[in-house]
Design a protein around this ligand. Sequence first.
Ligand code: DHB
Ligand code: MG
Length: 222
Amino acid sequence: MTDQKTTALTEAYLEDKLLPDDPVLTAALERQTAAGLPPIAVSPLQGAFLQIIAQSIGAKRILELGTLAGYSTIWLARGLAEGGKVVTLELQDVNADIAEQNFEAAAITHLIDIKRGDAHKTLNIMINDGVAPFDLVFMDNDKLNYPTYLEQVLHLSRPGTLIIADNVVRDGKITNADSTDPSIKGVRRFFDALKDHPRLTMTSLQTVGAKGYDGFAMMLVK
Ligand code: DHB
Ligand code: MG
């Protein structure tokens, strides 16, 4: 069994080989830490994964649920096709304030539409407004409500929309049907909603590294 120290060392090795030093991203994490926000942004390698996905599919419209301090948002914005935009939803004003500082410092403010407030409400407004479907969706907000967010996101999707959900493995605790942890219960209900879903082609990638053992779910709309 691979231990956490090995996976963290390996992650550092891979970062060193694969990712250039990036003062903008480093500063974004420093601002997140200084503001007392939790260290739960995606890892650098995962951020690069999101950028590569966005670039590969030529994403022009990206939706992110859960901005936090905007670290993953910056990676996503860097993957945008010409003329594209990231719409990112954040409940907490304190987070959104830090994120806006990070977008300024990263010179990407013009690529970002940050919408503050409850994601269910914001998504409903977008659905009712008939906004154009998104090319890529990154779900990374409160896990308890992943099932209902999924339903809403599907209303903002088209055939070919790629939906990626973060933190769906949670140390393997998702296999515990008796868990009382709201996040685990939410993720389990999310997977129940995904099972045999007629509109989705799906997979999941388990991840390890400095941030522990977790995983992504990936869903392509048919
Ligand atoms: C948590 C949330 C995240 O989005 C994440 O990537 C890691 C942890 C959390 O709420 O614990
Ligand atoms: Mg996450």
